[in-house]
Every structure is written in C-alpha cells, then in structure tokens.
Write a protein that binds this ligand. Sequence first.
Ligand code: PMP
Length: 453
Amino acid sequence: MTSDYERLAALNKNHVWHPFTQMKDYVHSDPLIIERGEGIMLYDVHGRAYYDGFSSVWLNVHGHHVPELNQAITEQLKLVAHSTLLGMANVPAIELAEKLAGISPKGLNKVFYSDSGATGVEIAIKMAFQYWHNQGVRGKTSFITMNQAYHGDTIGAVSVGAIPLYHDVFRPMLFPSHIIPYPYAYRHEGGEMKALEDTLAALRNLLETRADEIAALIVEPIVQGASGIIVMPQGCLSEMAALCRKHGVLLIADEVATGFGRTGAMFACDLEDVSPDLMVIGKGLTGGYLPLAATLATDEVYSAFYGDYQEQKTFFHGHSFTGNPLGCAAALANLKLFEDRNIVEGVRTKASFVEQKLAALKDRPHVGEIRQKGLMVGIELVQDKDSRAPYDWAERIGVRTSLRARELGMLTRPLGNVIVFIPPLASSQAELDAMTAILSESIISVTEGGAVT
Ligand code: PMP
C-alpha cells in the first residue's frame, strides 16, 4: 500500500512543473512537501520541522499562521472575497492605499494594485513609458538597468533584467535596455570606491549623451537581490537619483525584495532619503500571506495620465484580481503589526545580532565575503580565498550547502555560490541563534568536509 507521501510525491512528479527548477534533477529526488506552518517553522507531511530560513522566498514577515492576519482575512471573507477595481472600489483597497501613501517615501501618493512583483514592475515600466508619451515627448522609450538586475519574469521585467542565465534565451523577444555596471565591490579590481565611481560614471555618461531616448532607470535599491545579495556602497543610490532628476529621467525603485523592513528601514530608499518617481512593492506587503503587489506613483506621474477621454491619456492596464480585498485586508493587518510590534526597529537589533553570530565564518577558508543589510544576508563561497576564484558551477556548492542545512532543519535556497539567509523579520533571538548555527555548520561541513571545529 502506498503511503500518502508516496501518493503525493508521484502526483507532484507527474503533474507539477516547478519554477526555476531543472525537473530532471528534481523528479529524481524525494520532494519536500510542506503541510503547515507555525511561527517561523514549516512542517512537512511527515511532521518534520524546518526553520523558514529564506522566508518562503524572501517574503514572510511575521511567521506563518499568524492569528492577526488569519483573522483579518477571515473577517474580509465574511464580506466579499473579490469584486474588481474596474470602475468601482472596495473598502480595504481604499484604506490600504491611504496607509501606503503615508508610509512611502515622500511624493508617492497614488497606488496602482496588481498581484505579483513582476506585474508591479511591468506596470511601472509601462507608466514610465506612457508618462512621456502623454506629455507629447517622443523618443524617450528605453530604460536603463543595472548589470545582473532581476525584476521578475514577465516579458517587460525580463527586458530590464540582466542575469544571463535567466534572461539571455529570451533576448530575441525582448526590448533592449541600457545596462550600467552594478557596484559589486568584492569582484571589482579597484575595490568599493572604484566600483562606485564606475557605476556613476557610466550612468552620467549615458544620461549626458542619451537622456532624450531614456524613459527611466530601474533599480533594486541598496541591495541587488537575485544576483547574490550585493549591497551598494553608501551614497550610490542617492547619487543615481540625483543624476536622473538632473537629466529628466524617471527613477523606478523596485522594492519588491527590499521593502517592508527587510533592510532595517521600511523601504530601502529611506536609507538614503531617496524619493523615486515610481516604486514597486510586493512580497512583504501582505506579510508574505497573499499575492498582492502595488506600483506607487507621484502626483506628477499620475497627473500626466489625467485628462479628458478623447485626449487618450488613460492607463489601459489592469488584472482581474487587481486590488483583491482579501489581499488588501491582509496588508492592512500586516501594517498594523509593523506598528504595534515595532518591527523595523526590531530588524536593526536582530541584524546586529546576526552579524555577530556570523562574524566567525569570515575566517573560514572558503567564505569569500559575507554581505548583509538588515535581515538580508548573502554569503559568497569561493574555491580560493586569496584569488577569490569562484567554485566551478558543476560543484553545486550552493545547492549542496542548502541541502545540508535542510538536513539540519533549516530551509534556504542558494543563488549560485551565494548562500542566502533571509529569515522572517519576526524571528526571535533564540531562533536566529539556532538558524545561524545551522548556517555555519552547513557551510563548514560542505566546504571543509570535516566536523565543526
Ligand atoms: N523584483 C525583485 C527585486 C525581486 O526580488 C522579485 C522576486 N524575487 C521580483 C521583482 C518579482 O516578484 P514576483 O516573484 O512576485 O513576481
């Protein structure tokens, strides 16, 4: 007789095509099948517990099965699960828009809802494009992005993406973007200051010569996530924002990963007092509970779309689930928890604790660099510490380290040779202690092969 696990595993293998996954590898492994969550733990169908060490892909804030969030969703369910924002409004979408305008960098007063980070980015790109068009400015039709940027997987978002492994195959169907270097200090011959200088020089040069072709710069503020949790040198974001402003190019901040306290500020833009023209949020917006995203725009951007119908300034974009009341109710409850529990301040304290706990790893022979902003940590493993030579891809050092962490009771997902640690913001000190211990042990045992010394 087959167990329920075997039945589910077979169905999973036969019918589920997993994202970002080479299915040939996956179908030959025993799948982890999650059944439930409680606090920052996830439990599989065998009842085994795992720390959610990457916040279920960087989005969980208060843990799983949170009474306040559950209740907000249940209360809303009693009223209406969904209607539409096409020509009508709903109560939580209105309340949430006002709250978001209140907590966002100054000037971002208008909220356009969607349902994933990628759709939010898609909207920002189309808004920036049409913003110029609506004002009769022709030719400002292209975008600047940063090397190794990741903004989601829809076609527009991939067009402003610059990770060859994910994006190159699609190039023939994409619109071209200008790519400037990202200041990746660890892998820049001149170090941090030179990396910063090169980025700013490339942006300046592009803006001085081609601003009349460029609608916007899109950037992952302060931390570039999917490229390997790479933190910008201080001042980079604010300098880039000032250059864009000077040359009449819009700034789109993609805060999908960095928003909602993750970096130790409500939004990463706040760390350098930057006010973008458009800002995309997702992931942590509902505490990581439901698929909801939003693109926030300034009054100035909004007013370029405001006019008589025959002027054809309307933004013709929307999704069936735009402004979903359940998602908005969860987001409102999430924001209340941020306030009640002082989450953002808590992140700063917890971040220092994590930094201390991981400090000893710096001396290990295969730990190249530990990068951290708030509770966003990337540990770059290298074959050779002196030359910084990376591990060969085929060694799958990141995957092996994550599998070891899973055996030890923590879930995470690597980015190539970078081990990612992005715990739920609500993790307690004891939980962070346990998770960092697992992280250290898995790195040491996989890269050094022996027991922890
Ligand atoms: N932008 C950034 C910076 C991201 O990190 C992500 C997802 N990791 C996205 C956009 C896409 O979000 P989603 O997966 O919700 O479409």
